[in-house]
Design a protein around this ligand. Structure first.
Ligand code: DCT
Ligand code: MG
Length: 469
């Protein structure tokens, strides 16, 4: 999880929080053993939640409980999973390390179960329930559900068959789903986290091709990297063009160019299913599990092994931008200039000669766009190769939806849940990656920047790196 990667605690900004002095007054100045209770706003979209914080030992435990409930995957468990996540998110926002239960007094979203867990960790340094949960079943479920395309239902079936390793699944499972075939074959590659250099490398390749097709394109890494994470499971790239309509047809042409370069391993191009009624419909009814209705490509590409370590690669442009983005005071990487402007500067792009480095798979190069291959994914994975497979999502948004898409695709998932609930409950508005709709006034609220998205919801702006709920 996000929290696992953070290091030593650093001061978290107290912006978005009611100052401790006021909390003290409200509580009559008593009620402390060390620290006074603090009042946090109820919704995570009203407060800063950074990658680095003071309470990792508690949040890690709560996120194991969350993960376990998610993997069990029934209705009751999914609401429990959410409760664990909300509590964990509150603790991430605390501007001090929790040392006493009394400090939780005025905090919402921390239920009795979570309190028991926190108390045990405060007293014993660990929680028995959490330790016991991480049994054989849990470990196998985590391994199996980490495979691209595998959900908890299939993972459970595999465990019931007695499988416990990836190898058993690779040898025993035949899938009609392209994601699973490739996910199983390239499991080792895809389970090795994508680092920042690799993400930048992928962004540069995509940008170069996209700009050739459509000058003036806006292209932005979103997801965890935009929130300041240094590693991720994929690279999410959102694209648009300021002239409405210019973006139509871009993705197919872009994929053809990437295909011609021999970069694409497999993937699926989804057409846009957007219509204006999506702005008002309940997403649960309209989306059939889809995140949104944008045209998008989810797939796997290959990049040279060396691109994350080769000093000959000239990343001076991109990396100096990234490394200068250390947000003062919070320890979060990226600064006030926002990653958006940073990554949109021209970069010193010197790609490796992919065609040369990928010669081994001349057969695979002939593959059609999509999933057909002359040699099987498994055979391809076993070749002595100098490239690594990486998961990439490419999303195209019309410009009038772009800043809502940017918020949605930046996430994180919990932040999205929370800000959407806030919009619905507190404002009677429907927020999605396509826009914001005022259900009382029956009108959409346009936004020309991410800040305007927040303004439209009467929220103080939360920076991308403060959205790590
Ligand atoms: N998202 C969401 N709901 C989901 C999945 C994703 O709202 N069920 C949004 C938030 C993040 C964004 O889409 C990209 O998704 P991921 O790549 O899955 O998440 P990430 O935060 O980028 O995590 P990672 O760093 O592991 O890629
Ligand atoms: Mg991602």
């Amino acid at each position: 999880t996000d929290s696992m990667k953070a290091g030593a605690p650093v001061p978290v900004e107290e912006k978005h929080m009611i100052k401790r002095e006021k909390a003290d007054r409200d509580n009559g100045g008593n009620e402390n053993s060390g620290r006074n209770p603090l009042i946090l706003p109820e919704y995570a979209c009203q407060r800063a939640t950074c990658l680095k914080h003071f309470n990792h030992k508690f949040t890690k435990a709560l996120e194991i409980l969350q993960k376990h409930a998610e993997l069990r995957d029934n209705e009751r468990d999914s609401s429990r999973a959410l409760a664990f996540r909300r509590a964990s998110c509150v603790l991430k926002s605390l501007p001090f390390p929790l040392t006493s239960m009394s400090q939780l007094k005025n905090l919402t979203n921390i239920g009795d179960h979570c309190k028991r867990v926190i108390q045990e960790i405060l007293e014993d340094g660990e929680c028995r329930e959490v330790n016991e949960l991480q049994d054989d079943w849990f470990q196998k479920m985590v391994v199996f559900t980490n495979i691209f395309g595998i959900g908890s239902a299939t993972a459970k079936k595999w465990i019931e068959k007695g499988w416990s390793t990836i190898k058993e699944a690779q040898e025993g499972y035949i899938s009609s789903d392209w994601r699973v075939r490739w996910g199983l074959a390239f499991h080792t590659d895809l389970n090795t986290p994508v680092n920042l250099q690799e993400a930048q490398y992928i962004q540069q390749i995509v940008r170069k091709e996209a700009e050739t097709i459509l000058p003036g394109i806006i292209l932005q890494i979103t997801g965890g990297f935009r929130r300041g994470k240094e590693e991720g499971h994929d690279v999410d790239i959102l694209m648009t063009h300021p002239e409405e309509g210019k973006e139509v047809g871009l993705l197919a042409r872009l994929l053809q160019r990437l295909q011609n370069k021999g970069i694409i391993l497999c993937g699926n191009l989804e057409k846009s299913t957007y219509s204006d009624e999506m702005l008002t419909l309940d997403s649960k009814l309209s989306a059939k599990g889809q995140l949104d209705h944008f045209e998008k490509w989810l797939g796997i590409i290959k990049i040279p092994h060396s691109c994350s370590e080769n000093p000959a690669m000239d990343y001076s442009g991109s990396l100096s931008i990234i490394s200068s983005c250390v947000h003062k005071g919070t320890g979060c990487s990226v600064d006030n200039s926002t990653c958006c402007t940073a990554s949109e500067q021209p970069l010193n792009y010197q790609p490796l000669n992919l065609d040369e480095s990928l010669d081994l798979e001349s057969k695979a190069k002939k593959q059609k766009l999509g999933t057909e291959n002359e040699i099987s994914p498994m055979e391809l994975a076993k070749l002595d190769r100098n490239w690594i497979a990486r998961r990439v999502d490419l999303i195209v948004s019309p410009y009038d939806q772009y800043f809502y898409a940017l918020v949605g695709w930046t996430g994180n998932k919990q932040f999205n849940r929370d800000i959407r609930t806030y919009a619905q409950r507190e404002l009677g508005m429907k927020l999605s990656s396509h826009g914001l709709y005022d259900l009382n006034k029956n009108c959409a609220l346009p936004a020309r920047s991410e800040k305007e998205v927040f303004q439209n919801m009467k929220l103080q702006y939360i920076e991308p790196w403060e959205r790590n709920c």
